[in-house]
Design a binder for this molecule. Structure first.
Ligand SMILES: Cc1cc2nc3c(=O)[nH]c(=O)nc-3n(C[C@H](O)[C@H](O)[C@H](O)COP(=O)(O)OP(=O)(O)OC[C@H]3O[C@@H](n4cnc5c(N)ncnc54)[C@H](O)[C@@H]3O)c2cc1C
Length: 277
């Protein structure tokens, strides 16, 4: 399928991009890497009259490291993170996540901002950024605001983004010492995950964070698993399975037996990897 006819603009400034989106009153959308949006338009799952290309806006390409956190602009590609072209606040977690997204042609163009803004339930970046306790910066007609990524993603393909708002990038806290693990089950290489888990444990006293993606909703913290990890140095397989299943009753109540098995496996493997490092 080919997309329906659309208009295309590539504004030079952030304020022009926001104005164009606001004037279109819901019939326009920003496009960054185009790796998801063009597919959706080609399949006519979404109808957009005007694409506003934000991929070259300077604000979205910024990378800042103030020693406390790293700001990664929304138009940063998966490949740039995979290749270590930007500072890594995550002790190797982000390059590992980036390298497992789709395949290289998609990673060369797909962006971290586009991934989080789209909020596909199985996407890798929302889970990773929630585990890292990252914040998202947003710009829109009413100015700029910031929110935790955990609060930003509210459902399957749902976020707190208002019409004409643009994700500028992500503030990712630096931690002097941390352990992490991640695990993903996909039916074939390069496909979205049936289940994907990220576990992060910092040595600064912050509570461990376990995040699950690949449910029918959105990437979510697993509070029971986090508590279990903070109380147990050694992971007991049977106890941990029971704790994960308990969390699933809230975050994936509609999961079938196969999905529950995948979720138990990915969360357990992510935690085991973190504890081995
Ligand atoms: C075959 C295939 C396999 C894939 N596998 C995976 C996978 O395993 N894991 C994974 O995580 N992803 C996967 N993806 C998705 C890929 O990572 C996309 O690149 C990503 O989801 C979207 O990024 P983009 O820059 O291309 O966004 P676009 O396609 O340009 O936009 C996506 C959506 O986000 C909006 N948007 C984009 N940028 C912004 C912004 N800065 N502010 C506000 N809204 C914005 C657009 O309006 C649109 O609604 C896959 C995609 C394909 C086609």
């Amino acid at each position: 399928m080919k997309p329906a006819a659309f208009e295309y603009s590539r504004p030079d400034t952030l304020s022009d991009a926001i104005r164009l989106l606001a004037e279109a009153d819901g019939s326009a959308a920003p496009i960054c890497g185009g790796q998801s949006l063009l597919v959706l338009m080609g399949l006519r799952l979404t109808m957009i009259e005007r694409l506003v290309d934000i991929s070259r806006l300077p604000e979205l390409g910024e990378i800042r490291d103030d020693g406390r956190d790293v700001f990664i602009g929304a138009s940063t590609t998966h490949a740039a993170i995979e290749d270590g072209l930007i500072p890594d606040p995550s002790a190797g977690l982000m390059p590992r996540i980036a390298g497992k997204i789709a395949y290289r042609a998609i990673r060369n163009l797909g962006t971290i901002g586009g991934s989080v803004a789209l909020a596909d339930p199985a996407a890798d970046w929302p889970a990773c950024l929630i585990a890292l306790d990252a914040e998202v910066s947003i710009a829109g007609p009413d100015g700029q605001r910031q929110a935790s990524v955990a609060d930003f993603v509210t459902g399957a393909y749902e976020t707190i983004l208002a019409p004409a708002e643009i994700v500028l990038g992500f503030h990712i806290p630096r931690c002097a010492s941390m352990r992490w693990g991640t695990s993903k089950v996909s039916r074939k290489s390069g496909a979205f995950a049936d289940s994907m888990a990220v576990f992060v444990e910092a040595d600064d006293g912050a509570a461990p964070r376990a995040v699950l993606a690949g449910t029918s909703s959105h990437a979510c913290l697993l509070p029971g698993v986090g508590r279990y990890a903070s109380e147990h140095r050694t992971l007991d397989k049977v106890e941990l399975r029971a704790v994960i299943l308990q969390d699933l009753t809230d975050v994936a109540p509609d999961a079938d037996d196969y999905q529950r098995r995948c979720h138990v496996a990915t969360v357990s493997r992510a935690m085991a990897e973190a504890r081995q490092s």
